[in-house]
Design a protein around this ligand. Structure first.
Ligand SMILES: C[S@@+](CC[C@H](N)C(=O)[O-])C[C@H]1O[C@@H](n2cnc3c(N)ncnc32)[C@H](O)[C@@H]1O
Length: 251
């Protein structure tokens, strides 16, 4: 199964991007969501990196994620801060709520984890149907330059002094479907001995800006605003690191 976010993957994610670690996005979403009085949903909430500071800012955010390992980090971090958000294990493809939300937001390119175009369009429609009339959908996508990114090696030291390494190797690039598959090999080393390893098959879909605007329109959204580098309303430029879309479910 691809994009599994298993044991080592989640451990590394939580070391690298703990609750509150911002790329400029936490401040951006806090500002964009500031006037929300109703419930807010973060699909693919992960370890609560963004959920937790937003809860601490007084926003009524809840979330779901497909990975139990990621949710354990989220629940533990919430508990440690005395927070009790509604967090469930669900997927983009199957999630369902009785509640209708004032806003739904998906930061950090997580929407790109849906690699099949038809499925992605159905998920956009599902977001639309889970919003209150006038509610807003906010999605960040990585610029398409990442489609050509190189292989990578990274490492982290755990608080106990163990070494965690990540070697990423691109194994498939589909220029027609706009998808990539990488082998993310995670290894846990102690005293020069390998004690655990995990292979994450990591798949992404890379969207064109206008293609995504058209898909949001097709899913029933209007008032679409596209922003570069978390500067709301400033259309993306070619060297921007992030692209944010905000769209409204009509009243
Ligand atoms: C890059 S992390 C983002 C976590 C968090 N939103 C953040 O901003 O730090 C991507 C998350 O998507 C989750 N995920 C992957 N595939 C999913 C799916 N089909 N449905 C729901 N969540 C999924 C992973 O388990 C992981 O927690």
């Amino acid at each position: 199964m691809n994009n599994r976010y298993g044991t080592l993957t989640s451990w590394v994610y939580n070391l690298d991007k703990p609750a509150g670690r911002s790329f400029g996005d936490i401040e951006f979403y806090q500002e964009r969501l500031r006037d929300c009085r109703g419930p807010i949903l973060e699909p693919a909430v992960g370890n609560g990196r963004m959920l937790i500071p937003l809860l601490e800012a007084g926003l009524a955010v809840e979330g779901f994620d497909a990975s139990e390992e990621m949710l354990v980090y989220c629940r533990d971090a919430c508990r440690a801060r005395g927070l009790e958000p509604k967090i469930t294990r669900q997927t983009f493809e199957g999630f369902s709520y009785e509640t209708r939300f004032e806003a739904i937001f998906i930061p950090l390119g997580s929407f790109q984890l849906i690699t099949d175009l038809a499925s992605a369009k159905i998920v956009l429609r599902r977001f639309h149907d889970h919003l209150l009339p006038g509610g807003r959908l906010m999605i960040d996508l990585d610029p398409i330059g990442g489609f050509f990114s190189a292989d990578s090696v990274r490492s982290w030291t755990t608080p106990e002094g163990d070494l965690l390494t990540l070697t990423g190797t691109r194994v498939e690039t589909d220029f027609v479907a706009q998808t990539t598959v990488s082998h993310l090999r995670y290894e846990h080393w102690r005293d020069t001995k390998l004690i655990d390893s995990e292979l994450e098959l990591f798949s992404l879909r890379w969207w064109g800006v206008n293609e995504f605007v058209l898909s949001l329109t097709e899913a029933g959204f209007d008032e679409i605003v596209v922003s570069g580098n978390y500067q709301y309303g400033r259309f993306p430029r070619k060297d921007d690191d992030s692209i944010s879309f905000e769209a409204r479910r009509p009243m």
